[in-house]
Design a protein around this ligand. Structure first.
Ligand code: NDP
Length: 314
């Protein structure tokens, strides 16, 4: 059996098309939504992520603002910058790219972002609202996984779902979203016993551990849906050749670039799964799409409230 590939790029494009018309209708009402990104220092990976987020704004017609404070910034100075963004009316969404330099208290910074502008969905208020099942800004990666499942017609209600990983940004919100969608959810982590046996009971597996190719075909019940959130860069030739033994084009790519991206699932999982998100091109594109979607949602919610407060009919 070969799995149906769940194409994240196609789903992202579908979401972008929907967002574009929503952004146009907001613009027709005089609202230009804007996202502010705070990129501290010059971590190359962070730069790459932030640049692709800014580029996505440009593509969709969202306003974007980039702040680039130096790596020497203090917690107090960064709190000041966040506070200013909180007050700006032209900023609907604020994202502070992680990781921050060691001297900065990341928790204090994330907690300082106005929950109404917290498009990453990391603020405790938004996490609480998610748990309570109230409309909120939801962490982008798990929200993107839900879009993949729903738009691909994967049955969630009543399904056994196993989430591997319990981080605040992926595993935990993922599990909550699946519970709200009526799945029966098991959350696994590094202390879970017999992970393979647990995983084999799942109709839906979400792997988010940051462990290259750990989930081999024997973890997967034949026909199960496998969502691979992991993004691991392999730079060791022997490891790349071992993992991609059946994928010569990947090995050729490795020898050209000196690295190759692999998920938490072994590529051979494609032989056992019923449906499978590739890496790259699966979950990754949805993360930025959901950031854009959250920005538009934040604009609607915040400006809707302002209009309500002013007694304006919408
Ligand atoms: P974290 O390191 O914060 O969390 C990893 C989780 O996996 C932890 O809960 C940890 O358990 C668990 N874990 C680690 N090893 C094992 C193991 N051997 N068996 C079972 N559980 C294990 O990672 P993130 O959640 O931030 O990210 C996970 C992966 O997703 C990474 O590869 C990351 O690059 C990727 N990612 C991809 C995104 C995308 O857009 N596609 C966005 C965000 C992340 P414990 O809690 O016990 O330590």
């Amino acid at each position: 059996m070969t799995a149906r590939i769940l194409n994240g790029v196609a789903i992202r494009d579908q979401i972008y098309a929907e967002l574009q018309s929503e952004i146009a209708s907001l613009a027709a009402g005089g609202v230009r939504s804007g996202l502010a990104a705070v990129l501290v220092g010059d971590n190359p990976a962070s730069k790459l992520y932030v640049n692709s987020k800014i580029a996505a704004c440009g593509k969709l017609g969202l306003e974007s603002f980039l702040l680039t404070p130096p790596a020497t910034i203090t917690t107090e100075e960064l709190l000041g910058a966040v506070d200013e963004l909180n007050r700006r009316d032209d900023v609907d969404g604020i994202l502070v790219q992680m990781p921050l330099p060691k001297q900065v208290d990341s928790k204090r910074i994330l907690d300082a972002v106005d929950p109404a502008k917290d498009v990453d969905g990391f603020h405790p208020e938004n996490v609480g609202r998610l748990v309570a099942g109230r409309p909120s800004l939801v962490a982008c990666t798990p929200a993107g996984v839900m879009e993949i499942l729903r738009r691909s017609g994967i049955a969630i209600e009543g399904a056994n779902a196993v989430v591997m990983g319990r981080s605040d940004i992926v595993g935990k919100p993922m599990a909550i979203l699946l519970v709200h969608a009526n799945a029966t959810v098991t959350i696994c982590h590094s202390k879970t016993r017999e992970l393979k046996e647990v995983a084999r009971r799942a109709d839906i597996v979400v792997a988010a551990m940051g462990r290259a190719a750990m989930v081999t075909p024997d973890y997967i019940r034949p026909g199960a849906t496998v969502i691979d959130v992991g993004q691991n860069v392999i730079t060791d030739a022997a490891e790349a050749e071992r993992i991609f033994a059946k994928f010569p084009e990947k090995i050729a790519g490795f020898h050209k670039k000196g690295s190759v991206l692999v998920g938490d699932c072994h590529p051979d999982v494609v032989e056992t799964a019923g449906a499978f998100t590739p890496v790259p091109g699966g979950v990754g594109p949805l993360t930025i799409a959901m950031l854009m979607s959250n920005t538009v949602r934040a604009a609607r919610m915040r400006r809707g409230r302002a209009a309500e407060a002013a007694g304006v009919e919408r």
